[in-house]
Design a protein. Structure first.
Length: 171
């Protein structure tokens, strides 16, 4: 008989996935149904990837996937082969904060901090795509990230500060 039988549970075969995580080559064995957020958080200890809604609507699990923002809770691991994944921890160089992270600290653009990694990743992607975004651009771009503490004003201010700094303006 082909396929699963009623007297035995179906167990998928594990897969091996090779990808780059925060500048480091990773080879992991996982299952096809596992999503990137769970792999990163539960198996690889990336606590900056927050799992909140599991539906791709809150932005807490946002990572860069080949340079583009992606919701890790909806990204299947079988789609990672050869990809580059960057989490908030991987944005800076030599364990230093990147300019967006520094701006978030400088203006205290967080309250509980749960949304902060996803916001920082999204803001970093925005500034890579648009070096001089308007306030409306920032609000639109970050619209996929939910801050339950409603700290949006200071988050937008942090992104504006990072953009000004990138463009050579003094504080």
């Amino acid at each position: 008989m082909n396929g699963p039988t009623p007297d035995r549970d179906f167990e998928p075969e594990p897969i091996v996935v090779r990808f780059r995580l925060n500048g480091r080559e990773r080879v992991v064995q996982t299952f096809p149904h596992v999503v990137l957020a769970d792999l990163l958080h539960d198996e690889l200890g990336q606590t900056d990837v927050r799992v909140s809604c599991d539906q791709g609507v809150c932005g807490a699990c946002t990572v860069l996937l080949d340079g583009e923002p992606a919701t890790a809770c909806l990204t299947p691991c079988f789609d990672l082969e050869g990809k580059i994944v960057v989490t908030a921890k991987g944005l800076g160089e030599d364990n230093a904060l990147n300019d967006v992270q520094r701006a978030f600290v400088d203006v205290s653009a967080f309250q509980c901090g749960y949304c902060t990694p996803g916001m920082v990743v999204s803001a970093t992607a925005l500034l890579a795509a648009n070096a001089d975004p308007s306030r409306e651009d920032i609000q639109s771009w970050l619209g996929a990230n939910i801050c339950r503490c409603t700290g949006y004003q200071v988050i937008v201010e942090a992104v504006e500060l990072a953009a000004r700094r990138r463009n050579g303006a003094r504080d």
